[in-house]
Ligand binder design. Sequence first.
Ligand code: FMN
Length: 331
Amino acid sequence: MLTTPVCRSLGIDAPIICAPFGPWDEVDLAAAVCQAGGLGSLGTAVRPLPELREQWARLRRLTDRPFAINHTSRPFDEEAFQATLEERPAAISFHLAVPPDLINRAHDAGILWIQQVSSRGQAQEALGAGADVIVAQGGEAGGQGGDVSTMVMVPDVVDMAGEVPVLAAGGIADGRGLAAALALGAQGVLMGTRFLASQEMSVSQAWKTRIVESAASDTVKAYGSERILPPFNLPGSTGVPRCLRTPPGGRPARAPRTGGPRRDRASRDGRHPCRQRRGIPPLHRPVHRPRARDPGGRRDRPTNRKGSRGGAGGSDPRHQPRAMTALSPET
Ligand SMILES: Cc1cc2nc3c(=O)[nH]c(=O)nc-3n(C[C@H](O)[C@H](O)[C@H](O)COP(=O)(O)O)c2cc1C
């Protein structure tokens, strides 16, 4: 099997990391990747801590291989981060900002730090802060990121990183992409969208099918995402989501229900406190307010036979998200 020095640092056999996917449950996918010799990841965004702990325990039951737990600054959750330090995964990965204090805390706990960067400036910050592995993420990437292409970002970051291993991310989906990344000086790849569409991932089949059937031109950068996503809450944060275009006449997708208090209803309906503080009026009427002619509070969106209204993992393709990547907290 192809190995590079970063495999030794991370304790893996193949230089392939599976991306974390914000608030979705990817325990089975992470276990499959770990068992196959790569590094599986678990996201933490907007999930209540008991649920995260349950996921971590489930993954440990499925594999004894190393894995990463991911955090981002959209939003950063101190309680979940502290619990991650106590969980002691092989690595913590981080995206959307470079937080030197958190890197120090991870190192004090003996945990490696994988920093995703989407610009030259962020790469410099990450190297200065002591990141152990840098993921140079090009603007092709699903989820949030910058706009410099992977082809340009990777050699640039490799040149500045010296001994620090660099992995390539953004638009990589097969062995040809891995070979290209190695040719650019990276020691491996981090893949997101490709793994998102795989059988072990717990998102809806409709979403996976949509990914597989899409052409490159079906994705767009969703500028203005701060109107619907949670705000960044660490300094220096940046990232614009790349998402699948909503088909003409389509309905915007909904983020998965988290069941916890972190779900920020105000940010969804345009009344976010940041807007209020700055005196910016709400964007539109709150999306979940019951209609007056519906005193029982039932929402007017139809349910499927199981009573679900769809959303991530829902079973009725009519209610599957069409642009989910624009509406999740990280993506
Ligand atoms: C649906 C989705 C959710 C994502 N969520 C996260 C996340 O929570 N944290 C993170 O660091 N990166 C996240 N990413 C970005 C990935 O880590 C990675 O940079 C990206 O998927 C690589 O590009 P690719 O999708 O072209 O392979 C997400 C990506 C997607 C597609």
